[in-house]
Design a protein. Structure first.
Length: 363
């Protein structure tokens, strides 16, 4: 009797990617293969001018994957020359595209994120700030600006990212923060999120934990025809003007029929496990980018082609000349899109500064 019979493998518990890291490294091992991929994804109907969107462009025979637009309103007499990476997050990069493809594959398949230091060791970059800058550009490409409003039963909850008092320096503990006028969280960074049952999640950083912030967020991401908005006992949610029910965590009530916030809290746990176990420190300035990364990966958890989904965001995340779009918090407690350019990286290299600083403690 044969003893070397094979046991059939079971069905995978999670969605398997269409292309693995090994396959991406094999398929896109050359610059031409990477550029051909970007060209086909960016212009499936043929190249178009990224400045005026005209399809009357001409290929440059001497330079593959380069074109010139002869539209008189665009480039004038000499024409406007562009390449497949013009006005993308890859523009002006000194690193080969195959390395970018590898980093994108790693970030897309890491459930709790992957640190820039880990990628630094993987790609063998000379300076840590190189993968740090690459990761932030890719996170900016993961920003989903065209999400549909949430419907059905929606859970809304907030969280705060920061350390415990016993782990803080004395001048950063709660008493000193209260005396300094900290509005909430004792110096922590606040985030608010909403999730549709068995659907997508939307989250953003918040500067103030007041009614204006909560109400504005819910109105922005939740449809007016929502069936139910489930929250905790935070009284700010009582005046949303939408069907609403709350569970009382202070009385150890966590589920009451369909009313609970467990799905939203599950997402927060993924984020915080990434902070504690992967990143260790987060800068308040760049927290919106990390939220965008975790939101994108969560919403594409059942998408086997998440690799191409990230690339689709890379192709248009660029504004101005040499400036890639990176989300950062700015004035009046709003979250907006600001520009981070190569002058930023160049200044940090010239000054010998660390580009990644921490303004919050480990949660």
């Amino acid at each position: 009797m044969s003893t070397n019979t094979k046991v059939a493998a079971g069905t995978p518990l999670t969605t398997q990617p269409n292309i693995t890291l090994a396959q991406s490294k094999r398929h896109y091992a050359t610059e031409d293969a990477c550029k051909a991929l970007l060209r086909d994804m960016r212009w499936p109907d043929g190249p178009r001018c990224p400045r005026c969107q005209s399809d009357k462009v001409y290929a440059l025979k001497a330079r593959p994957f380069h074109w010139v637009c002869k539209n008189k309103d665009c480039g004038g007499r000499n024409g406007y020359r562009f390449s497949v990476i013009t006005k993308t997050i890859f523009e002006n990069t000194n690193y080969p595209l195959k390395t970018w493809v590898e980093v994108i594959s790693l970030m897309g398949q890491s459930k709790k994120g992957i640190s820039a230091l880990h990628i630094h060791r993987q790609i063998g970059s000379g300076d840590y700030r190189t993968p740090w800058f690459m990761c932030h550009r890719i996170r900016a490409a993961m920003k989903d600006e065209a999400f549909p409003k949430l419907m059905g039963t929606v859970e809304v909850d907030e969280t705060y990212i920061g350390g415990k008092d016993r782990n803080r320096h004395w001048n950063k503990q709660s008493r000193q923060q209260r005396e300094a006028g900290t509005r909430f969280g004792f110096g922590k960074s606040g985030a608010i999120g909403a999730i549709s049952r068995k659907g997508n999640v939307v989250c953003q950083m918040m500067q103030h934990g007041d009614f204006k912030t909560y109400n504005g967020f819910v109105r922005k991401v939740v449809d007016q025809k929502v069936d139910l908005v489930a929250t905790d006992e935070n009284r700010t949610y009582n005046y949303l003007g939408l069907p609403h029910a709350a569970v009382k965590h202070s009385q150890h009530e966590y589920v009451r029929g369909e009313v609970h916030t467990n799905n939203m809290e599950s997402f927060w746990s993924l984020l915080k496990r990434g902070v504690v176990g992967t990143f260790h420190n987060l800068s308040k300035e760049y927290l919106p980018l990390y939220l965008a990364e975790f939101q994108f990966r969560f919403n594409n958890r059942k998408n086997p082609d998440i690799f191409r989904a990230i690339l689709a965001g890379c192709r248009g995340r660029h504004t101005g000349s040499g400036l890639s779009v990176v989300e950062r918090p700015i004035r009046q407690g709003q979250i907006a899109m600001a520009s981070i350019g190569y002058h930023f990286a160049r200044n940090h290299h010239a000054q010998g500064k660390t580009a990644f600083t921490s303004s919050t403690d480990i949660p």
